[in-house]
Design a protein around this ligand. Structure first.
Ligand code: AGP
Length: 608
């Protein structure tokens, strides 16, 4: 998604802006640009393509000046061209603006401005907004921005500068994150804390409808209707080293290998072995409120939707509460049945996914109590829900979600325990789950120690053009997630299916050229999946099976097996997904794909 960075202070802005944009590259983009003020002179440079193209463009003669804004754009209105890249200026050329989000009523505003003689260069809604600010400008940039935004419908995170006020940054947010970085004699702004952390850890999160005026020596926060707002200053916990690769070739591999620690961090401080329960104050759910829950809806996108499916199995098995899992993009536009007895759980690594945020808003409007299982502290979803639980798995930089997935499953297991122990789950069962959960980090580590085995497997199948992933029960969502990992980073077409469903269509695809990955731990449905493997073999299919040690039956049938440790059935996804993450990674590397920034993908989809 788009990245925003801004600086005002004593230092040259250009290197700070470019480094900030580089730190946000992982979010996915297709053009970049900066605008730097040197007194009353505005120097704008922008280029389509990756940041390196812009770096080359400015290398010979970098813009000079100590106030500036920078942007990486993921095209929504208009193609990824240099003309459409941000920053955009108003009619006079004095005001420059960068923008994340979508201005819904841009066409109407553009027509009104065209009628007043405005001339536009680009196809973007952002340029329309810049012209609107310019149209309202009468010598006070802050008020011109506020007036323009009062006429705007839609989501935005913006940063604006003007040649008339060269020492001021004006920022505003409505639906797209804007974070102020509070420095010593300088101030910054960004859409992602990774762009701030090397300069300051003191940050202020703007909320919807708020704007801020930043100068080198201070800042002020207000609403569009000019009411002053006091905001707390938060501290970023993650330092740069945490974000850096830590010696791994790619962020994705680093994050796969972080899972023993990230799973541990998700659980840390919450498990009460003695009572077989959990303590998660953040849920803000009393026993009475929990007893009043009649239905649960889990809503999310992508990988987070897959972890939600696992949550359904957990909650219905252990807490006996009817649970549905909904794609957020579908939930938000249908007419869902939600009331005060419905608990809606939003799952999101970034906490900024537009569809999930919108689904949450729909649920709240209909009276549901809401929970958020979110990784990014202070993110929009985290601040919109009634309660929740931070994943605490650390920054996930690789676009393909890995450690967030296992942390989401752990968070769902804890929420399930909290619900179940007030209902059908016994003390002993609660203790049994907690003991099994506490063993998972070391079990994950034992799998990671055998990563070279997966790498060899990947070499054998890296040239496949299609792949089928099969699983049953709580490992059916693991099959979906394994398939998503492979397709999104190696561009091999891969489908996940419930193993028994294969007979109703996909079996037609099976031949000796298509690997069939079967997730088959020795759980309650093990015997059933053995017969599915036999069906695949009977058609010449090559099976890669994820099994427990000693599974001679499947080992005889499969082309290749990978052993994972034994745990409770409902916790097996935390282990069975690890070899599938590694498999997709090694296949993608062998195919020379851009593992951390796959084509067309974004780390956080903050537009519809
Ligand atoms: C998964 O690898 C993808 N990055 C994508 O499906 C992602 O899970 C989805 O966009 C949801 O993102 P969120 O968890 O930040 O809401």
């Amino acid at each position: 998604m788009c990245g925003i960075v801004g600086y005002v202070g004593p230092r040259q802005a250009t290197p700070i802006l470019m480094e900030g944009l580089r730190r946000m590259e992982y979010r996915g983009y297709d053009s970049a640009g900066i605008a730097v003020l040197d007194g009353h002179h505005l120097d704008i440079r922008k280029a389509a393509g990756k940041l390196g193209i812009l770096v080359d463009e400015i290398a010979g003669c970098p813009p000079h000046g100590t106030t500036g804004i920078g942007h990486t754009r993921w095209a929504t209105h208009g193609g990824p061209t240099t003309i459409n890249a941000h920053p955009h200026t108003d009619q006079s050329g004095r005001i420059a603006l960068i923008h994340n989000g979508i201005i819904e009523n841009a066409p109407a505003i553009k027509q009104a401005l065209l009628d007043r003689g405005h001339v536009f260069k680009s196809e973007t809604d952002t340029e329309v907004l810049a012209h609107l600010v310019g149209a309202f400008y009468e010598g006070n940039l802050e008020e011109a921005v506020a007036s323009a935004l009062r006429d705007v419908d839609g989501a935005y995170g913006i940063c604006v500068v003007s040649t008339d006020e060269p020492d001021v940054l004006i920022v505003a947010r409505n639906g797209s994150p804007i974070i102020l970085g509070i420095g010593d004699g300088e101030n910054l702004v960004a859409s992602d804390q990774s762009a701030l952390v090397e300069h300051t850890r003191s940050v202020v999160y703007l909320d919807n409808g708020e704007m801020a005026i930043l100068k080198a020596d201070g800042y002020r926060v207000r609403t569009l209707t000019s009411r002053h707002v006091d905001k707390p200053v938060n501290q970023i916990e993650w330092d740069l080293a945490t974000i850096e690769r830590g010696g791994f070739e790619h962020f994705m591999l680093k994050e796969i290998f972080e899972q023993p620690e990230s799973v541990e961090n998700t659980m840390r401080g919450h498990l009460l072995e003695e009572t077989g329960n959990v303590r998660v104050y953040g849920l803000k759910l009393s026993d009475e409120q929990i007893k009043g829950i009649k239905r649960i809806i889990i809503t999310a996108c992508g990988t987070s939707w897959h972890s939600g499916l696992i949550g359904k199995y957990m909650i219905e098995e252990m807490a006996r509460i009817p649970t549905e899992v909904e794609y957020a993009s579908e939930f938000r536009y249908r007419n869902p049945i939600v009331d005060a007895h419905t608990l809606v759980i939003a799952i999101s690594q970034s906490g900024e996914t537009a569809d999930t945020l919108a689904a949450l808003g729909e649920a709240k409007q209909r009276g549901a109590r809401t929970l958020g299982l979110v990784n990014v502290v202070g993110s929009t979803i985290a601040r919109e829900v009634d309660g929740g639980l931070y994943l605490r798995c650390g920054p996930e930089v690789g676009v393909a979600s890995t450690k967030a997935f296992t942390s989401q499953v752990m968070a769902l297991a804890m929420v399930t325990l909290r619900l179940a122990r007030l209902r059908a789950m016994s003390l002993l069962d609660g203790q049994r789950y907690i003991q099994a959960m506490l063993k998972l980090p070391s079990q994950i580590r034992s799998i990671l120690d055998r990563a070279p085995e997966v790498e060899l497997l990947a070499e054998r199948f890296a040239n496949a053009t299609n792949a089928l992933y099969l699983g049953r029960g709580v490992n059916f969502p693991v099959a979906l997630e394994g398939a998503l990992k492979l397709k999104e980073i190696s561009y091999i077409h891969a489908e996940g299916y419930p193993a028994a469903e294969m007979k109703h269509g996909p079996i037609a695809l099976i031949d000796e050229n298509m690997p069939v990955v079967v997730v088959a731990p020795r759980d309650a449905v093990h015997a059933k999946i053995v017969s599915n493997i036999q069906e695949v073999r009977a058609r010449g299919g090559k099976v890669i099976a994820i099994v427990n040690a000693g599974d001679e039956e499947i080992s005889r049938l499969a082309e290749a097996t990978f052993i994972v440790p034994v745990t409770l059935d409902l916790l097996t996804p935390v282990l069975t997904i690890i070899p599938l993450q590694l498999f997709s990674y090694y296949v993608a590397v062998r195919r020379g794909c851009n593992v951390d920034q796959p084509r067309n993908l974004a780390k956080s989809v903050t537009v519809e």
